[in-house]
Design a protein. Structure first.
Length: 364
């Protein structure tokens, strides 16, 4: 344990590995915390990106590889903002160097890698969080508190969806050996994490999944690069039925192939005493057989970001606070492991055409 931890008075020393689109979001969020955070190190193999990021943080040391960056072992927190095929190696190295880690999603290429990272964190006495930041949206917090209080009763059925009209531009998400998957791993994982969290983090029991690939035959021009078009081997539609503990059923839909003009993400949750939705925030209560709209009664009742960018800021701010105070961070190892188990099971089920049972191997 470094001096000041568990009630840290000095600034947290932060490193960012990967200075692309997501790395820039993390840099911005840490910049909002300059009273308690110092961006001490920046890393990217792309010299132009690294130089651009370093302009605003001239005191930060820079490196083209993570081994050089992590060598001094002087960082309290590292953001891993690289593509998923590198997450495990970099995260384990950062943990072994004594840093806590905020790793972008998807967490890992498979459960074996997720377990390797979680084991490394436990051995090092450090925390891992994953960049599924939608749980940090203000309205997700409102719904989480509502369910936890018992005000709407036990959740029974959830439908969660993420619709995009194009292939993501922020990284090479079209090659499975690099990205771990397409619409499921790269985008739908966000709403899945938020829905599970609001429902009280139930465990997955069985998963049935199917995937479809319409690009690049469909709207070829939306591919962000020739590499994305030529090497495209991921799904752009993913659908899953997930049976959860506490007698909850969840239907998940994720796609990049919708004709919407703007991306859409939300979930609706039917509970014993009402129905709630994330976006737009909707809270309908069953009061003696009468349906009553209670949305205005609960709106703005908790802190958090209204939109995507704000939720990234809030996730980082809360993780920084947890490290400085010694509090437990938002995501538990069990939640992170369950998320990876579901992701893997969806792809396994889609490949085999069979339901995958997870109840025999409950998370630790």
């Amino acid at each position: 344990m470094r001096p000041g931890e568990g009630g840290m008075e000095r600034k947290l020393r932060v490193g960012i590995i990967g200075c692309g689109a997501m790395g820039q979001n993390h840099i911005k969020a840490y910049g909002l915390l300059e009273d308690v955070v110092e961006i001490a190190a920046l890393c990217d193999f792309n010299a132009e990106r690294l130089q651009s990021a370093a302009q605003d943080w001239p005191a930060a040391r820079t490196a083209a590889d993570c081994a050089t960056l992590l060598g001094p072992a002087d960082l309290d927190l590292v953001s891993v903002c690289t593509m998923p095929q590198t997450h495990c190696e970099i995260t384990v190295a950062a943990l072994e160097a004594g840093a806590n880690v905020l790793c972008e999603k998807p967490f890992a290429m498979d459960l074996a890698q997720a377990d390797q990272m979680l084991d490394a964190a436990q051995l090092a006495g450090r925390h891992i969080q994953v960049g599924t930041n939608m749980r940090h949206m203000r309205d997700a917090g409102i719904l989480r508190n509502l369910v936890a209080s018992g005000a709407v009763g036990r959740p029974a059925y959830i439908r969660a969806w993420t619709y995009y009209p194009a292939i993501p531009w922020w990284g090479l998400h079209t090659v499975k050996r690099i990205s771990a998957g397409g619409a499921m791993a790269s985008t739908a994982i966000h709403i899945l994490d938020a829905a599970l969290w609001v429902a009280g983090s139930p465990d997955p029991l069985t998963v049935s999944g199917s995937t479809h690939k319409l690009f690049p035959r469909k709207r070829l021009e939306t591919a962000p690069s020739s590499e994305a078009r030529d090497s495209y081997d991921v799904e752009d539609i993913a659908v899953a039925h997930i049976r959860l503990s506490d007698d909850i059923s969840l239907i998940l839909e994720g796609t990049w192939a919708h004709e919407l003009h703007q991306s859409q993400y939300s979930f609706e949750m039917i509970c014993e005493g009402g129905t709630i939705s994330l976006s737009p925030l909707t809270i309908l209560m069953d009061e003696g057989g009468e349906i009553v709209d209670r949305t205005k009664d609960y709106a703005d009742s908790t802190a958090g970001g209204d939109g995507w960018g704000e939720s990234v800021d809030w996730q980082i701010a809360r993780f920084v606070t947890a490290i400085r105070t010694g509090e437990a961070p938002s995501q538990t190892p069990r939640e992170l492991r369950n998320l990876q188990r579901i992701q893997d099971a969806i792809y396994q089920s889609a490949s085999t055409g069979r339901e995958v049972r997870l109840d025999a191997e409950m998370p630790s």
